[in-house]
Unconditional design. Sequence first.
Length: 270
Amino acid sequence: MAEAPFSPRPDRSSGLVRAGLLVASALGAGLLLQLLLGSNGIDAADFAAALPLLLRGLGLTVFISVVSVLLGSLLGAGLLAGLLQPWGSLKTGIWAFCIAFRGTPAIAQLYLIYYGAGEIHGLLRDAHLWWFFREPLNCVIFTFTLNSAAYQTRIIHGALVNLPREQTDAAQSLGLSRSVTLVRILLPQALLTALRPLGNEVAKVAKASSVASLVTVLDLLGTAKYLVGQSLDFGFYILAAMLYVLLVGGIRLAVDAIERRLTRHLPPVG
């Protein structure tokens, strides 16, 4: 069988550098927090009362991100299977879906689904779907599931079509079926190539999920907005920003760790 294209293992030191940067960010956040707790910053009692709310908002942000990405991966797998079929009309529909959700802002998609559902609530009620779309959190997860599915489909499909043709030819010469070739040979290589873009997709969803606050969902940004409205202290926005930095940094560190684990059999860079 033809050899897979050479893909050196990432330098382990790059993961350490990223970890160091994340720790430095955390220390910087702590220093900034001390400044905010000064005479002109957030009162210590207010901060102690607000911290559980911010952490609860962070938990909701993580929940939205994880559920949306997981459901998006399931939907993306179905869309990818459709792209691999010979039916032109099906491919055209899937491409149109991907272009629509990758080419428009997430906030526009959320408004269209959340407020659009209200406009057609009668039809949704008749279809026994209004119970789902009347909840803002459900609309948020539904929106980001569709959005993430479009991106994940393009990422995996791009990794698949860029694999050497010799991989498929070698599998056919061994008498392997098309499905076995795809599942056992092509997809593992494509997923390894797509790991970093998929990690970026998770980070993108975590950041973009902040628009959930615009439809009354008290995620991290929504909680910060509520606290600022109650206290008129802009410092809560800064604290929310620091938590987003730590969240996204943690995602990138996790992707680095997974990549090092999956490529431990490859020679290191340099």
